[in-house]
Design a protein around this ligand. Structure first.
Ligand code: ADP
Ligand code: MG
Length: 555
């Protein structure tokens, strides 16, 4: 691009820079973002389909999880990437509702397109959307029901709703149950405020058994066996030393040469080394420890002495597990072998090595801190286990959120239908063009029940009409049972979700849609210039400007 100055062109942008602006930029951004939303749309709800993703290396992932699909998709278009961000934020914040957020953002953009065609200015649409979103959150607050941490039946339903449609249905009850028990055992209360740190739940996956055989262990599980076979396999009343130092003689950094001229000298040298190792072991024994978890190596000779003392030892303990182990057993990690004291030791009722899924595994149970739990998820194949893991993680996130907030809403499209109705009433009270945007927002929300119906093989128009009429009659929790095809009270069906999943979905969808709307100029540096770092060759990715994004999903 160039401006004219006294007949001389003045270049502002590097040659090769691609630029699109105004309507053209808007259209292409909206189109790209909508294509992404459409890609995940068919996965929404319990009857949603799965996607099979094959990466450039030929690795296959089969999933129904919106966040995962978007993560795996190799998306280049910058506006489309913003939708991926939506799903990511949603996943980080609440762990569920990712598809909902992306689909809603797509629909908000579709409605915005219609308004743009009617010459409504993008900033007005953005302002209207924001007003609508704020109002919607207030209305949602009024639909909330409280739940207590002790209401196990309800927590199970919440976990169940989160698991639905994640390719792990057949083990839904089992997983929901594990998730609820696991989360409830790690809840902390400080100043009356509950919090759940999912880090306290240690997750392991193992193939080769059915999902039903997944189990929860009150304690820790480590994928390691003891270092020496003469060590005991089982230690009751374990006093555990967590050592972050090697039980080996320091190997010298430089090539040192030791001149040994006689057999005596060699023996002396070996004796000396053995004595040093023996001293190290003595220090461990003196502390009263009968279990040693060492983050570094343990020399063969030291292993022998440890075994002789009846100590259970593991070497090269994973760092991430080490800190969890410290929390679970109440141990202090010791960094220097000369500084071990009895007060550093942790405690567990039982440390035991057992085989699991054909591998030697160490179980540390009846820990000092009962909050430490491990869950072992099983499945026949890698793909099954992956789906089970995603489903379980969603369930624990959602149950955690509910315990922290104590607030629930009904699901199955019921909140969206209610919000749509109420927002339309609200729009009628507004003057000016924002009214149009608020109405558009209200209509966009109906994409959720409509998609649930479509994916369930039901007639979306019939079902939407039925839903609206129920809501007009005051049944605020009327939603779509996609299994039976009936419009019923979702609360009674037990299809319930945390309030936070819905508010976060509203927030992230609104934010991304308005952000995309407000862009009227896309300037992309060419990759030949130093500026375009990170951009693929060929300048603007995704066939910009004005082009269709490189995707095969129908609009
Ligand atoms: P997301 O990634 O948005 O969580 P899901 O595929 O999990 O996508 O679908 C979530 C939607 O499905 C929510 O609107 C939820 O209320 C609805 N849903 C979940 N279980 C049921 C059910 N048994 N009947 C009807 N709707 C359900
Ligand atoms: Mg979900």
């Amino acid at each position: 691009m160039a401006a004219q100055l006294g007949g001389q062109p003045v270049f502002i942008l590097r040659p090769g820079t691609e630029r699109s602006r105004g309507k053209e930029a808007q259209n292409s951004n909206i189109m790209a973002a909508r294509a992404v939303a459409n890609a995940v749309r068919t996965t929404l709800g319990p009857k949603g389909m799965d996607k099979m993703m094959v990466d450039s290396m030929g690795d296959i992932v089969i999933t129904n999880d919106g966040a995962q699909i978007l993560r795996e998709m190799d998306i280049e278009h910058p506006a489309a990437k913003m939708l991926v961000e939506v799903a990511k934020t949603q996943d980080d914040e609440v762990g569920d509702g990712t598809t909902t957020a992306a689909v809603l953002a797509g629909e908000l953009l579709k409605k915005a397109e219609e308004l743009l065609d009617q010459e409504v200015h993008p900033t007005i649409i953005a302002a209207g959307y924001r007003m609508a979103s704020d109002k919607a959150k207030k209305i949602l607050e009024g639909m909330v029901r409280e739940v207590s941490e002790d209401d196990e039946a309800l927590l199970l339903k919440i976990a169940g709703t989160a698991i639905t449609g994640k390719g792990a249905e057949n083990a839904k009850d089992k997983l929901a149950n594990l998730a609820v028990v696991a989360v409830r055992s790690v809840v902390e209360t400080t100043d009356g405020k509950k919090s759940v740190d999912r880090e306290d739940i240690k997750l392991e996956t193992k193939t080769g058994a059915s999902v039903e055989e997944s189990e929860l262990i009150e304690g820790m599980m480590v994928n390691k066996s003891r270092v020496h076979e003469n060590m005991p396999k089982r230690i009751e009343n374990a006093r555990i030393l967590l050592l972050n130092a090697q039980v080996e003689i320091h190997k010298t950094e430089m090539d040192a040469e030791i001149n040994i001229t006689s057999p005596d000298q060699l023996q002396l040298f070996l004796d000396q080394e053995e004595k040093m190792l023996k001293d190290m072991v003595d220090k461990i024994v003196k502390s009263g420890a009968n279990v040693l978890f060492c983050q570094k190596g343990i020399d063969d000779i030291a292993q022998h002495y440890l075994a002789k003392e009846g100590i259970f030892g593991i070497r090269r303990f994973l760092k991430s597990d080490f800190e969890k182990m410290a929390r679970a057993t109440g141990a202090t990690i010791v960094n220097n072998i000369n500084e071990i004291s009895e007060s550093d030791l942790g405690f567990a009722g039982l440390v035991e090595e057992r085989k699991m899924g054909g591998e030697d595994t160490t179980f540390v149970t009846k820990c000092k801190n009962p909050k430490a739990v491990s869950v072992i998820l099983r499945g026949s194949t890698e793909h099954v286990v992956n789906n089970v893991e995603t489903a379980f993680e969603d369930a624990t996130r959602v149950v955690g959120v509910v315990i922290e907030d104590g607030k629930l809403v009904a699901g199955g499209g019921s909140p969206e239908v209610e919000l749509a109705l109420r927002l339309k009433e609200y729009a009628a009270t507004l003057k000016g063009r924002e009214q149009l945007a608020v109405t558009a927002f209200a209509e966009a929300l109906e994409v959720i029940p409509r998609t649930l119906a479509e994916n369930g093989g039901l007639d979306p128009i019939d079902k939407l009409v039925e839903l609206r009429s129920q809501h007009e009659k005051g049944v605020k929790t009327a939603g779509l049972n996609v299994i039976t095809g009936e419009v019923t009270d979702m609360w009674e069906e037990g299809v319930v979700e945390p309030l936070r999943v819905k508010t976060q979905a509203l927030n992230s969808a609104t934010e991304s849609a308005t952000m995309i709307l407000r862009i009227d100029d896309v300037i992309a540096s060419s990759s030949s210039g130093g500026m375009g770092e990170g951009m693929p060759p060929g300048g603007m990715p995704g066939g910009m400007p004005g082009g269709m994004p490189d995707m095969d999903f129908d609009m």
